[in-house]
Write a protein of this length. Structure first.
Length: 123
């Protein structure tokens, strides 16, 4: 899972920080899903990634997420990625806010409305 930027092209032929951040966010999301109550949703607030070593294409990288703490309605998880050689590839944290799903949906609908208005201004 290397990275190929549209404008810059390929970078290094190793597991990319881009993918590490994506996998951290996915693992943090998975950890909270079983604990959401009916009518609740989680929305990402932050991802902090420190990429400490390389992994080659084809190597297995295991990401482990651990519930760290609650700060009000915000859930913080710590994450660690390790290669099949036992090398730490990276570590970091993710944050997710637990809110009523109706509130999340309403916020997205307001955003869509603002965007539609903006698009209409340019027509």
């Amino acid at each position: 899972m290397t990275v190929q930027f549209a404008e810059l092209g390929a970078v290094h032929p190793v597991y990319a920080t881009y993918w590490l951040a994506r996998h951290f966010e996915e693992a943090g999301r998975k950890i909270i899903l079983p604990f959401l109550e009916d009518g609740e949703g989680g929305i990402g607030t932050d991802v902090q990634v420190t990429h400490t070593a390389s992994a080659l294409p084809g190597m297995t990288v295991t990401v482990t997420a651990t519930f760290e703490r609650m700060e009000g309605r915000r859930i913080v998880c710590t994450l660690r990625a390790v290669s099949e050689l036992g090398d730490e590839i990276g570590h970091g944290t993710t944050g997710q806010m637990v809110l009523p799903q109706a509130k999340i949906d309403a916020n997205f609908e307001r955003l869509r409305g603002r965007w539609r208005e903006r698009q209409g201004e340019g027509a």
